[in-house]
Write a protein that binds this ligand. Sequence first.
Ligand code: ZN
Length: 247
Amino acid sequence: MTDKLAILLKSGRNTVFFGGAGVSTESGIPDFRLETGLYNARRIYGYPPEQLISHSLFKQNPSLFFRYYKENLVAKDAKPNAAHMALAQLEDRGLLQMVITQNIDGLHQAAGSHNVLELHGSNWRQYCVDCDKKYDLEYILNEGNCKDGVIPVCAVCSGIVRPDVVLYEEGLDDAVVSAAIDAIASADLLIVGGTSLVVYPAAGFLRYFNGNNLVLINKSETSADKSAQLIIRESIGKVMEEVITKI
Ligand code: ZN
């Protein structure tokens, strides 16, 4: 399986990688949409994740929003895994043109990738909702910068500082979406990894792909299995680590 993927990568003229939560779970970042995450969210915070990280909860109960966000969605010490490292190497060798990710952990950049489109934003960028001053992750994690030790407050105008991530009920960034669509539409090889393609907006993006080879790397079935030229049911880290040795 990885032999065929290696051949496709070597012959690809424009290769795009589209990754989901599965790419990050191998770095120890749990997917909050999975059963344990759902269960814990209800038990500890009283709501399911899609409500806890919704725009309305952020407005109505910022204290609960930030408690959940900081305790569950910020994995400051997570390290890139074999998949992130291999993708960065492929970019370096000119064999990968773009990474499109649904993750907000910044691990592709930490691994050394430069061409990364973050559909859902990034934990590493924070901004004041009133004056738009930019802050880093450290700032909001420092209790001294937070009201009641929880809600980050702007040092300039006392507005709330929030993560530059797309919350439920919020739209994706138009510029990032068009760049992602352009990248997929012009790719001749599209590798989709670590996603079963059920979470919005992943599935929708694939219909822009016009290229010759679609590769799916995911442990379980995906909604695009029928259109794929190659399906690998394996851990994304294991596959990418192996394939890089064959190129
Ligand atoms: Zn401000």
